[in-house]
Design a protein around this ligand. Sequence first.
Ligand SMILES: *Cc1c(COP(=O)(O)O)cnc(C)c1O
Length: 408
Amino acid sequence: MALNPAPTATRPTNPTFDVERARRDTPGTRNVTHLNNAGAALPPVQVTDAVIAHLRRESDIGGYEAAEAAADQVERTYHAIATMIGAGSDEIAVVENATRAWDMAFYGTRFQPGDRILTSHAEYASNVIAMLQVAKRSGATIEVIDNDHTGQLSIADLRRRLDDGPGPVKLVAVTHVPTQGGLVNPAAEIGALTREAGVLYLLDACQSIGQMPVDVEEIGCDLLSATGRKYLRGPRGTGFLYARRDLIENFEPPFLDLHAATWTAPDTYEIRRDARRFENWETNYAAKIGLGVAVDYALSWGVDAIEARVIGLAGRLRAQFNGLEGVRVHDQGQRQCGIVTFTVEGVTAQEVQRQLSERGVNVSVSLVDYARLDLPTRRLPDLVRASVHYYNTDDELDHLIEALPRSR
Ligand SMILES: *Cc1c(COP(=O)(O)O)cnc(C)c1O
């Protein structure tokens, strides 16, 4: 059933952004209304072409020979990422996803009994599972930092926990933007406190990278993990870890191989000194090259311009939802981003997703099972997640509203 929504009074979003060009570069926009950018964004044709070109090169001249021929492009990926986050290229490891990047830093940290790990309600499920395993093995303890009244991580509570507690804080591991909501945690304020306290700070920037400026100096984090396929619009199966130069040698990666280390004599080895100690030898070169192209492509738009556009679209969508009976928006925080979560009264999130999919609209579902420190504490069920990117249009948002099942 199609209901015509009431005309919205909102003005067109960011009229100066060249959306036409963004969509010309993005073939997928001709097929679907893609509002699952927090799952995996549609790649620009430049990325897809670079990936395919390298696969073809491998097929034409051999895999090792193709890697050799494309060595500059592979190196470019490190420089592009470093440029985007304000780091050095020796501080970047490119790996197969963000979880593995995060793991290499986390499992490379040695915990003693009584060491405290501070984390956030926004934390990603895989990170918490790893913390629980390590806490069980090592005797470290996990504390969840309170949120403030806006729903973002409470700086006052973090300060209190850093100042005082039953043992030393070994690590602050928090998520910048949760997978299940539009919240942006105050990453730089957290960094100011961890620096003052001299405590290690690991930031999960999976959902923030590519949709807003992320600068490791401004934030003050020591380690940062991110993925390629979300707001960066890179290929699937890519991610990276940033590790601060003067700390790299303190981290013994949980796995070593002949790329991460050199076998210097029959009974000795030496671990590399740069961040590539967190990588492993065999890798998907085509995807790695594609990731670099995606980062350069984002830089060509400017991350500030991307953020302004994304925030404009998400704000418009929240306003549209707020005008609908039975629809509730659940995004928290003082600062919000392109992820919009909501429920429709009387209709499960899965059913909303299914009906939208039938109408050519891609959204996803944020499961309670993946957000146990967040959704249950807010007494929320599974949520529908519509995540916008700069190539989305006001017309697409109207289409979502029009295709939405009504509450019954
Ligand atoms: C998607 C996501 C991850 C995991 O990224 P992968 O590349 O799938 O490993 C981690 N943290 C957050 C906040 C995410 O949204």
